[in-house]
Design a protein around this ligand. Structure first.
Ligand code: SF4
Length: 97
């Protein structure tokens, strides 16, 4: 069986997300993009928070085909950073192709 290596989420500044712990994302993997916009689709505000001792997240999928790092609906960056854009969470590594 072939295993796919995911790009890592090297940092996330969205501290009000339930997956954020000390500036890192602790979801197992995130999905980026709601079509043309590089939004973090995994962002959620909840009473429960993920365990900050778990490994940092990978990028499981990216739906933003307008990004030059996107190939076949997958992110080909080594790692990405996530942060606020206006009032929502965006992939800051997005590079318009
Ligand atoms: S906004 Fe996205 S990248 Fe940041 S902690 Fe939440 S799920 Fe992870």
């Amino acid at each position: 069986m072939k295993v796919t290596k995911m790009p890592m989420v090297s940092a996330c500044a969205v501290h009000d997300c339930a997956y954020n712990g000390h500036g890192n994302c602790h979801a197992r993997a995130i999905t980026v993009g709601d079509g043309a916009h590089p939004r973090c689709d995994t962002f959620v505000v909840a009473a429960a928070h993920s365990n900050p001792n778990t490994p940092v997240a990978g990028v499981g999928a990216c739906k933003v085909v307008a990004c030059s790092l996107n190939s076949d609906l997958e992110c080909r960056a080594q790692s990405i950073r996530v942060g606020y854009h206006e009032r929502h969470a965006d992939c800051l590594t997005f590079t318009k192709g």
